[in-house]
Design a protein around this ligand. Structure first.
Ligand SMILES: Cc1cc2nc3c(=O)[nH]c(=O)nc-3n(C[C@H](O)[C@H](O)[C@H](O)COP(=O)(O)O)c2cc1C
Length: 360
């Protein structure tokens, strides 16, 4: 690939910016500070997003970005070195990146998949993964993480039902409404900064209904109270896709993640897993709600002003534990989702152009 120094950083970032982030928030900006140095300024979304109250979702995304930078750097015969800037507020993780020459370093085999990898929220085929696919995916996460699979009809049904029940929490919580009503770009197939409505996974009629309902919390409440409003989206978005996949998976760390570095490492592992899935022609959708809310319950973190929803979340956390029968697993789990053969997403989030992501 090209070896023109001033453009190498931009070329690396051009590929790396395709890293996934919760609701496509892209909580990072890039400051180029030298021919082979730049800073990634990140901010978490805890002040407005109920899914990120400890900043961990943003930290995982930042880890995925760092892995993407490392992979992209290899295509330019560079090695990326990362260091966390000390003494930054917890809400603003900041990473200094230095590139060194690595003329003998081969291009990472996952490089071509950086811009192709995408979430697919529609049903997949139920065909199980092959032994080889599972082996390749398991080794993609390295020695510090392992993959727990939920396979076969019974296990998938359990997970589909768990997601269905978690959907109720998501859709009836006023704090989550704030997020849902602001992150969807209506009547679009692609979105630079949000999630296009066509990528959400609902059929066209339900999508229009959702657009109308999400205009005000009163409409959501009315729908939920009198029209069984959460039932249709939960069937379409949680239950059916939960059954129509090869498997659900959980990525589990050998030790419970605690520090920013732990979450960055976890994000790097999940990005390798997701890119490997793409390289195998598999589709993937994260399923983070059970992990996030059971974590809040475990840590006594108040996430809603509604006591009945806290009690409901407590019940869900208990039944989540039953599905793995091992509490340590859940405390050390870093990522969850479903995976399988399926069509490439017709609609997807795209990204802000590199010039909008750069600061001086
Ligand atoms: C930490 C993290 C958590 C996510 N959680 C979910 C989730 O629970 N459900 C979901 O459908 N997508 C989830 N996503 C996927 C993002 O919404 C998606 O990556 C983003 O909108 C960009 O779209 P793309 O992956 O198609 O490029 C998550 C992504 C990350 C990095």
């Amino acid at each position: 690939m090209q070896n023109n120094i001033p453009n190498i950083i931009e070329s690396i970032l051009e590929h790396a910016r395709w890293a996934p982030s919760g609701d496509n928030t892209q909580p990072w900006r890039f400051e180029i500070t030298g021919a082979d140095q730049f800073t990634v300024h990140c901010h978490d979304t805890r002040n407005h997003c109920v899914y990120d109250l400890k900043g961990h979702a943003s930290q995982l995304a930042l880890g995925a970005l760092l892995e993407s930078i490392a992979i992209a750097a290899s295509a330019f015969q560079k090695q990326a070195h990362f260091s966390i800037r000390p003494n930054m507020p917890e809400t603003q993780p900041t990473i200094e990146v230095t590139l060194t020459d690595a003329p003998d370093k081969p291009t990472d085999a996952l490089f071509p998949y950086l811009p192709i990898r995408s979430v697919q929220r529609r049903p997949f085929k139920a065909t199980p993964l092959t032994t080889r696919q599972k082996q390749v995916l398991e080794s993609s996460v390295g020695d510090f993480y392992r993959v727990h699979w939920f396979e076969g009809f019974k296990e998938k049904f359990k997970l589909a039902f768990l997601m269905f029940k978690n959907g109720k929490l998501r859709l009836t919580m006023p704090e989550a409404y704030q997020t849902h009503s602001s992150i969807i770009e209506w009547r679009s197939r692609f979105s630079e900064q949000k999630v296009p409505d066509q990528a959400v996974g609902l059929d066209p009629v339900a999508t229009r209904l959702m657009e109308w309902t999400l205009k005000s919390w009163n409409r959501v409440k009315f729908f939920n109270t009198f029209m069984a409003g959460t039932l249709l989206p939960r069937i379409e978005l949680d239950f059916i896709p939960g059954l129509y996949c090869a498997a659900h998976f959980m990525l589990i760390a050998r030790e419970k993640p605690q520090t920013l570095q732990d979450y960055l490492n976890a994000g790097r592992a999940l990005q390798r897993f997701w890119l490997t899935a793409t390289s195998l022609g598999l589709q993937l959708q994260p399923e983070m709600t059970p992990l996030i809310f059971s974590g809040y319950i475990r840590n006594n973190l108040t996430f809603t002003a509604k006591p009945d929803l806290t009690r409901y979340a407590q019940k869900l956390a208990d039944s989540f534990e039953q599905t793995t029968k091992n509490q340590t697993d859940i405390a050390s789990a870093i990522f969850m989702g479903r995976i399988g053969q399926g069509k490439i997403a017709y609609a997807r989030s795209i990204r802000l152009p590199i010039n909008s992501l750069k600061i001086s």
